[in-house]
Design a protein. Structure first.
Lengths: 221, 221
DNA sequence: CAAAAAATTTAGGCGAATCTAAATTATTTG
DNA sequence: CAAATAATTTAGATTCGCCTAAATTTTTTG
């Protein structure tokens, strides 16, 4: 049913999946760029994935993941995000340090391992960056998230994702005591510099810059 | 300093290390047998490992791990056993189920991951099979272990290792409530069939077969 | 100790994944 | 809309790890 896949094949599948998410159309060059490889290598791999019916592909005409391919992609994303959750919540990594390690861990093959890890972690729904973790059927929560800049005044909202994974952002958010799951509301918006006066939970209000606000995504209750 | 190693190279290093433990002399054929490969492939790999100064090798004359090679081997063994400990203690795997998964996990490269995992697990000294876990310097506890058949009568001793990792053995030990760390003593030895009457902790005495006894290794306080 | 057996290495080849350079097809634009 | 440009694919090579078959060296043994 599920063909055996090498780590390289899995990386292509995951990359195509993610590129499809942001813009339905994916090109050979896009994939090459993301994977730090050359367009010629992508062509080679597309032929292989086509033979395994993981992508629909006609040369020079483009390609998309098959249903089969989508399922595989979701399984890989599931593993990646569960491991990220493990690394941050159990091993005390910072969220900016876990991506590369999870990139390796996601290729461990045991299905039982994934399910036991999921149980051990308490079936988390979101990873440390606020991205949803697919369940074993590939279902995941849709996040109706909006940028903090678009949140109405005095509307209580929960931080659910961040726009980047840089160390600098993490440092600032840690200092401000903001993390995924923090509830906040905006008291005032200053149009001059687009800074915001906000309060989190029951603490005193403080001000955040426009640059910080664009990096935060929230969901209304 | 440490050359980059592929998973295949690491597997050869670990195998040579283990074979050296039991019998100082290791042959090309031994390695081929352990790795389910052919002698010709081992020769190929030996040339590569020799070029990287991981083994000392002269053709037709034999080979051994260099100091460098030993260090690498110990680092791999450390990772393997820490992951086994994690799988059994945290994810509730049976000890007979974890070997193959740990075989994959041991090739994850991050050094800081290993140290954080070690902390998270509480710096365990022995893995679920009773084998010692090297520390980050490659040091590990020597186990002065003897076979249960050689334990003197009425001498209290701790189960520290098992001779096989079969499901059948695990099933029996679970039923008998014996595991790594269990304290026991022998009350009587029957020379007819080499069965033993033993007691664990403060429970009533019971009898175990010779076959079971040879599979158990204990250490005297 | 010489011939047979066993162990080891070399030679040559294969599939996976990558690359560069050249060829082909699609797209853009004057 | 034809020529230039961009995107994509093919051709041919390379490295890694493995294979089989043949050659070589070591070890065993009659």
């Amino acid at each position: 049913m599920i063909p055996h896949l090498t780590a390289a094949e899995e990386n292509y599948i995951k990359t195509i999946f993610h590129l499809q998410q942001v813009d339905g159309n994916v090109s050979t060059n896009d994939v090459a760029l993301k994977l730090n490889t050359k367009a010629a290598s992508v062509s080679d791999m597309l032929k292989k994935l086509n033979a395994k019916e993981i992508v629909h592909y006609e040369k020079y005409k483009g390609f998309t993941l098959s249903n089969q391919g989508q399922k595989i992609a979701l399984a890989i994303v599931r593993k990646h995000r569960l491991w990220e959750y493990f690394l941050v919540e159990k091993l005390q990594f910072g969220w900016d340090e876990v991506h590369d390690i999870a990139e390796e861990l996601e290729h461990i093959t045991s299905r039982v391992l994934v399910e036991k890890l999921d149980s051990f972690l308490g079936h988390p729904k979101f990873d440390p960056h606020g991205d949803p973790i697919p369940d074993s059927n590939g279902e995941m929560e849709k996040m109706e998230q909006i940028n903090l800049l678009d949140l109405p005044l005095n509307q209580l909202a929960e931080v659910v994702a961040v726009g980047s994974q840089s160390t600098e952002l993490l440092e600032l958010l840690t200092h401000r005591q903001i993390k995924i799951g923090t509830w906040l509301s905006i008291h005032k918006k200053f149009s001059f510099d687009h800074s915001l006066e906000i309060s989190i939970q029951s603490s005193p209000t403080f001000t955040i810059s426009q640059q910080l606000a664009v990096a935060l995504f929230v969901r209304i209750k």
